[in-house]
Design a protein around this ligand. Structure first.
Ligand code: PRP
Ligand code: URA
Length: 206
């Protein structure tokens, strides 16, 4: 399943994010803000368990999220989304996966990974602003599954139809939430219209 979040505020923020004149400070803020919408949507159907509490007025039954939430940013650009998920789910554990696309082949090269131990009820949110060919997301999901995780949700800000198809062809059990599904990839495998290189724009390395 994949879902493009429809919200006028996301469209407004995305337009500023895409604009080549937007500098890294504002870019970083916008990535954080849009991620809040994505996390909110992705967690809409999360399982709950009942818990008895007493308010200052009366006993009542409340709810707790039934999952151990784990958030995993794909380095570098996923780092820009990490804090927003942690703000919504402050007890989330964090893992990291380092991948970069080889300049020539555009295939992902893994250079780092560290994941929390997978519990039976873990729900893992994989965050990366760009889902282009889908190679990086597929490589990250492969690694995550090898580490024992079974419930995985991807949050991306801009996705290409080719990337979504690539992930869905290999991982039918993984849901994808994105803020925009763009037109296509160009010859350099960049998303069109996209927003350029997310890592460079986030961290001011251009
Ligand atoms: C970007 C992005 C994704 C990947 C998407 O990372 O953050 O991880 O490309 O492309 P794909 O779907 O074709 O694999 P990049 O390789 O630029 O690394 P960086 O974040 O370190 O700059
Ligand atoms: N990685 C990016 O940062 N942007 C794209 O458009 C494609 C891959």
């Amino acid at each position: 399943m994949h879902k493009e979040i429809e919200h006028p505020v996301i469209k407004h923020k995305l337009t500023i994010l895409r604009d080549e004149r937007t500098k890294h400070k504002e870019f970083r803020e916008l990535v954080s803000e849009i991620t809040i919408f994505l996390a909110y949507e992705a967690l809409k159907h999360v399982e709950l368990m009942e818990t008895d509490i007493v308010t200052p007025v009366a006993p009542t039954t409340g709810y707790k999220v039934a999952h151990d939430i784990v958030v995993v940013p794909v380095l570098r650009a996923g780092i820009g989304m990490l804090n927003s998920v942690c703000e919504i789910m402050p007890t989330a554990k964090t893992g990291f996966i380092g991948l970069y696309r080889d300049h020539d082949t555009k295939l992902p090269i893994e250079y780092y990974s560290k994941l929390p131990e997978a519990s039976d009820n873990a729900l893992l949110l994989l965050v990366d602003p760009m889902l282009a060919t889908g190679g990086s997301t597929n490589a990250a999901i492969d690694l995550i599954k090898k580490n024992g995780y079974t419930q995985i949700v991807v949050l991306s800000i801009v996705a290409a139809p080719e990337g979504i198809a690539a992930v869905e062809s290999l991982h039918t059990d993984v849901d994808i939430y994105c803020a925009a599904i763009d037109e296509c990839l160009n010859n350099d495998k960049y998303i069109v219209p996209g927003l350029g290189d997310a890592g460079d724009r986030l961290f001011g390395t251009v």
